[in-house]
Design a protein around this ligand. Structure first.
Ligand code: SF4
Length: 489
């Protein structure tokens, strides 16, 4: 999973587009913490800066003065293809015979091997091992008159999940694959965010001098003061150019299948998707969970922070009190030291600490949003028991994950998914809970009040909207393997 942001801001300060894209990206940090980057254009030249690390450490104030121009795209990465190395950070950049192009990509392609066969010179021409690098090379090579036409030529051959922000010298382009697996929204900057004294005082700018942004989530529109305009539609290209209204170009018929996990867990609770506020959607999932899996207990506690909305809903529907039973250390990032087995045995915990006063002697309903391998939930149950909890009843506001994701979420291979190899009772025994209940697919849909057909539920029910590759095990590092064999073409 990744976060993407794009901005076109004509007539502002020279670095306003870069600053806006950086701030917008900052609101998407939860979507990827491995690397961050930005590419800008002043109308003639593209400039790119990227590095491994969190957004705040990569894109700080010192970088801004050199990132000039009214066009910018930005990206933060959580790897689903290729290793965490500098070369694989995004945006990608490529100077082709017809155009220079930079891309930020959220999602995962499923026909990378096939696409590699289309690239003249094969794998040896790619400096990085991501599917995005390959897509960038194909687009830069494409002998079309402009980038939009190149996208129209190349994208029909590309399968899988891709929400893209694309930058060339004169445009920022938003693209969503025909299923729309990953979100992408269009926003408009109100006049108040521009320097005073410009034309069109009062209200929004006219479309001719408006600022426009693209983002993975609506929450980051709020952060930069942009108004939500609409979603980029599945199968649509939206072209942003200074001094013009956004232009829509369709490259494929829409067959919508938005990742339902975005609504259950990944996206921010203050974002909106499919017209639903995600906090409220998750709270309602908790209500459904209480209806499907009631239990006699003393209180409901969330696994912080992501389980909080569903726990609130469970508490309301069940009539049980809601308490914060665990403290989460928000400063324990991914790169922080991991405890050894011996440290774990001694009860060393980095992120979560139960509050003994709250949980001791109590029968707890513990609400979380997912169980993947089961090891984290096992750890949480163990911590709560050590803190004196009398009973621990685990409730999950999503169905069991039986199948891997090929569309940009690293839910690991099938054999590592506990639900794929254990019954619910066996999983309950493994995590050491007194009872375990998952929300059903029907319950998720009831909470969303939307039809099944709008979403991808593949990791829950195996109905993959886009056929997936057979070489499951090696899919993440497919271009690294291919480097060893020299690739095709
Ligand atoms: Fe989302 Fe699961 Fe579909 Fe992947 S398989 S896109 S995680 S619903």
């Amino acid at each position: 999973m990744c976060g993407v942001f794009g901005a076109v801001i004509p007539g502002g300060e020279p670095t306003e587009a870069a600053a806006t894209a950086t701030l917008g990206l900052f609101a998407l940090q939860h979507r990827g913490q491995e690397s961050a980057g930005i590419a800008v254009s002043d109308g003639e030249q593209l400039m790119l800066y990227k590095d491994l690390g969190m957004i705040g450490s990569v894109l700080d104030e010192r970088r801004l003065p050199s990132l000039r121009g009214p066009l910018a795209i930005a990206h933060c990465r959580y790897s689903t293809t290729g290793s965490t190395v500098w070369e694989n950070a995004q945006p990608t950049y490529r100077q082709g015979p017809r155009r220079a192009i930079a891309i930020g990509h959220n999602g995962n392609l499923v026909n990378t091997r096939e696409l590699l066969g289309l690239l003249h010179g094969g794998r040896a021409r790619l400096p990085a091992s991501t599917d995005t690098e390959l897509l960038t090379a194909l687009l830069a090579d494409e002998p079309a008159a402009d980038t939009v036409e190149a996208l129209r030529q190349v994208l029909p051959r590309v399968r899988g999940a891709y929400s893209l922000v694309v930058l060339d010298q004169r445009t920022v382009i938003g693209v969503r694959d025909p299923h729309g697996f990953r979100p992408l929204v269009l926003g408009k900057l109100p006049r108040t965010s521009r320097p005073p004294g410009g034309p069109n005082d009062g209200g929004l700018w006219s479309d001719d001098d408006a600022g426009w942004v693209l983002s993975s989530e609506t929450a980051s529109l709020d952060m930069v003061g942009a108004e939500y305009v609409r979603d980029v539609e599945p199968g649509e290209i939206v072209v942003l150019e200074p001094g013009r209204s956004p232009r829509s170009v369709r490259f494929a018929e829409a067959t919508p299948a938005l990742c339902v996990f975005e609504l259950i867990y990944f996206a921010r609770p203050d974002s909106y998707m499919e017209g639903r506020n995600l906090y409220e959607a998750r709270r309602r999932m908790g209500e459904q969970l209480a209806i499907e899996h009631p239990i006699d207990a003393d209180m409901v506690i969330p696994v912080p922070d992501t389980g909080a909305p569903a726990a609130a809903g469970y508490a309301e529907a069940s009539g049980l009190p809601y308490r914060e039973g665990m403290y989460r250390n928000r400063y324990a990032g991914r790169t922080f030291i991991q405890p050894s087995q011996g440290m774990r045995h001694r009860g060393v915990t980095i992120k979560l600490n139960p509050m003994r006063e709250v949980v001791a002697g109590k029968r707890l309903v513990v609400v979380d949003d997912s169980i993947v391998r089961g090891t984290t939930t096992k750890r949480i149950v163990d911590l709560l028991r050590r803190a004196g909890a009398r009973e621990v009843h685990v409730r999950i506001s999503a169905p069991p994950i039986y199948h891997p994701c090929f569309y940009g979420i690293d839910t690991s291979v099938e054999t590592e998914l506990i639900a794929a190899t254990h019954t619910v009772d066996e999983t309950r025994d493994f995590i050491g809970a007194d009872s375990l209940g998952y929300l059903s697919i029907r319950g998720v849909l009831a909470a969303l009040d939307l039809p099944y057909e709008r979403f991808c539920f593949a990791c829950f029910d195996g109905n993959y909207p886009e056929p997936v590759p057979y070489d499951v095990e090696g899919r993440k590092f497919i271009l690294e393997e291919t480097a060893l064999t020299g690739g095709r073409g």
